[in-house]
Design a protein around this ligand. Sequence first.
Ligand SMILES: [Zn+2]
Length: 337
Amino acid sequence: MFSPDISGHLPIRQRLLERLQAGRIRGSLLFAGPEGIGKRRVALELAQREICFRRTACGQCEGCRMFAGDELPFELPNLLRVTPEGKAGIIRIDQIREGLDSANQPRFSRGVIEWASLAPPPKCHRWILVEEAHRLNEASANILLKTLEEPPEGTHFILVTHRPEALLQTIRSRCERIPFAPLAEAEAWAVARARGWAEADRARWSALGEGSLRHLEEDAFRRAEAQVEAWLALLGGAAFTPVAGPLLPEKDAAQAQSEQLRLPLELLLRLLADLARIRAGSPPALAPWGERLATLAAGPLNLRPGQEAALEALRHLPRNLSPEPLLREVALALRVA
Ligand SMILES: [Zn+2]
């Protein structure tokens, strides 16, 4: 009854299935939990099971094959996926109203509200996934409110987000929150190994990923590693320009710049937390970098200003400030004695 292609989260998946079978599932759900742990996949499994020829999400049949790999469908008879678009990466009001993407190529044929009102196919529900729901802008969110509160019979909204606090309170209050925890190390690594990751990378891959699959692509992982190196160098007193390259957003990336900047800033906070941990006599979470962290922890570094600057920078990210001055300021704060 569960897709063999999805890792972990079995208690949640079991509970969703039972409630679905008993007709006790709410109209609007909010899947909240860390990034890259498979929340979206769990949401898609609900649609996949109905499309599956065996109705089990077997992972083998023609129906299930549409849910395999990285090219996921945007619209099926029982599924609509709404995702952020454009450079700013927001979910815009015309997607909700008309379903057009930024290049005016219809990704799906109707707006979300109209789609939600159609009768579901036989023995199916209508699943509407709003991915990265924190990217709904206020206008889009306000248009969705009424439908979220009382979706038509057989229609279910699933809002997926790793930043539930960034959603409007009015949206959050209309959804039942389903909290997701990170994957166990072994669960995450099993997926990585199946993707060809070598045992030699396991400790660093697992420590950086914290039970997520966000570094499944080699590029993403190497980048995160380079960012650790850059922060360690800056913490050790290196000048900004020669080492900070990996911290800056990539210009042509699909992800909005502010989202790209979030990662190195969060990474810095983890490194600083580890330094505090070591000083308190506990082992660091980023154990593979433990020796170098221990050296830094033994030094005179003052952790407070760096932590405050990183948090302040994270707060300002939605305002789309220029990345370099922002990072420079954080790097400077690392040196305040
Ligand atoms: Zn199947």
